[in-house]
Design a protein around this ligand. Structure first.
Ligand code: ADP
Length: 489
């Protein structure tokens, strides 16, 4: 029977879990419960049980105990379980999308897209699991053989953010499990239900007890527990540069390997030979997806001075026409911001830009719907003195600035401490290479706003992070080389 007070209204209600998943069991929490709120309505979605640091330590112990058997499974058997997980995620994608929209806010179509994108990592790394080849090296001395094994690194800790509550988990868990590692995941406090639903599906996929664990609790305390536990050999984090720095420093304690996917400040350059229609479409997609709450979202648009007026007018009209609303409404283009801290930060960025002489072309206010909704906002005449220029925005705001020549565009685009995503539009192939080579970013998108796929390396330079996820390189994060010398032959 459907409970009319149940906002989740899932086809499979057992996907809604409210307890930590440890060692193949839903645990009773020993920490203070965590309340989860629907950012579109402010209504409570109920509570999730949490663990104290001591209980989190037990979760790590279970992952350690599960490691030898999981690592020893033939790769094709680990792959079979990941394939099954993939199939189950696809089968339940409508429910998973609904859970995500309710706790995160993004429009349902985007949530579904993310669930499917996340699932691709299970499939991709299931395939990669069977291609973890070692090496035989010509030995340097007589009577010897020299081999290299590529082995699972051990127990991995994963910490994930709320902006992609499903895909960021899959991008870490799938390669880790494929490599033969076991995982303790701490997802974001705002979006635990998506993570726990993935755990339920991992259970149904016969991923053995202790192999994939999901815990919630006080983030700094759990972060410290991860850093202090000798079994944790790897930390993989996606989130803010501030927290990334902290985890990097802590990883020094036990010299844990670390992968960091941190903030961005993406430039979007429109050269004078660009296809203007394409560039406008691309900028709308690369800016306003997930209400701008994406580390690869466009922060600063640079448009050649000959196109600046036309681009700005048309782009601002498109921004103003975006429909802001509850993500469950099929007409919604932009959902709410995820939390009130985000709303006050965005409001602060606009106030700072105004105070520094910037011009608000459209938007600039909390949306008339109230709550956590903010108008899609386009700003010009913001210079390097404004916060919006320097900081990661993580909201539906963007600045547009004219430029005169390629050198100036490149210099301004690179003038940031971040180095994650960058975008540009041109039809000149020589410029395409020159600019792609000149941009100091881990990812460069030319004439397209889409830069993610399970098959492509994802990651940043400078303070945007360390390492790459996805692609054939993504599994390396979870493998260690072992050199084996054999004599007496
Ligand atoms: P945001 O500000 O966007 O929430 P954070 O970097 O704070 O970004 O959060 C990303 C993830 O990092 C979340 O799962 C959060 O709980 C976790 N986190 C935040 N602070 C710490 C910390 N001190 N130690 C470990 N994890 C943390």
């Amino acid at each position: 029977m459907t409970d009319i007070n149940d906002p989740f209204a899932l086809q499979d209600p057992l996907l809604l879990r409210r307890q930590p998943w440890v060692n193949g069991q839903w645990l009773t929490g020993d920490g203070p419960p965590l309340s989860v709120t629907n950012p579109a309505t402010g209504a409570s979605l109920g509570e999730v049980e949490t663990l104290t640091a001591a209980a989190a330590e037990h979760a790590i112990d279970s992952a350690e105990a599960a490691l030898p058997a999981w690592k020893a499974l033939p790769a094709r058997e680990r792959a079979a379980r990941l394939e099954r997980w993939h199939a189950l995620i696809l089968q339940h994608s409508d429910d998973l999308a609904r859970i995500m929209t309710l706790e995160q806010g993004k429009p349902l179509a985007e949530a579904r897209g993310e669930v499917l994108f996340g699932a691709t990592f299970a499939k991709w790394f299931a395939e990669e699991a069977r291609r973890i080849y070692g090496e035989i090296i010509p030995p340097p001395r007589r009577g010897q053989r020299l081999l290299v094994f590529r082995e699972a690194i051990g127990v991995c800790a994963a910490i994930t953010p709320w902006n992609f509550p499903s895909a960021m988990i899959m991008r870490k868990a799938a390669p880790a499990l494929a490599a033969g590692c076991t995982v303790v995941l701490k997802p974001a406090e705002a979006t635990p239900f998506s993570a726990l639903a993935l755990a339920e599906l991992a259970r149904r996929a016969a991923i053995a007890p202790g192999v994939f664990n999901v815990i919630l609790g006080d983030p700094p305390a759990i972060g410290k527990t991860f850093a202090a536990h000798p079994a944790i050999r790897k930390i993989s984090f996606t989130g803010s540069t501030r927290t990334g720095r902290l985890l990097l420093a802590r990883a020094a304690e036990q010299v844990q390997k670390i992968t960091l996917e941190l903030g961005g400040n993406a430039p979007f350059i429109v050269f004078e030979d660009a296809d203007l229609d394409d560039a406008i479409d691309g900028a709308v997609t690369a800016k306003f997806g997930n209400a701008g709450q994406i580390c690869t979202a466009v922060n600063r648009i640079f448009v050649h001075e000959t196109l600046f007026a036309r681009f700005t007018e048309r782009f601002a009209a498109r921004a103003a026409a975006l429909r802001v609303g509850n993500g469950l409404d099929p007409d919604t283009d932009i959902g709410p911001l995820n939390n009130s801290a985000a709303l006050s930060r965005i409001t602060g960025l606009v106030a700072d830009a105004r105070a520094n002489g910037a011009k608000i072309v459209t938007g600039g206010q909390p949306h008339k719907l109230g709550g956590l909704f903010f108008e899609p906002t386009v700003i010009t005449q913001a210079g390097p003195q404004t916060r919006i220029w320097r900081e990661e925005i993580f909201g539906p705001l963007v600045t547009i600035q004219p430029f005169r020549d390629d050198a100036e565009a490149l210099k301004q685009a690179n003038a940031t401490e971040y180095g994650l995503a960058s975008y540009f539009y041109t039809r000149d192939f020589a410029r395409l290479f020159r600019i792609a080579e000149g941009l100091q970013f881990g990812m460069v998108a030319v004439n397209t706003p889409i830069i993610t796929s399970e098959s492509a390396p994802f990651g940043g330079t400078k303070v945007s992070g360390i390492g790459r996820e996805g692609s054939r390189h993504g599994i390396e994060n979870y493998l260690e080389l072992k050199t084996v010398w054999i004599g007496g032959i």
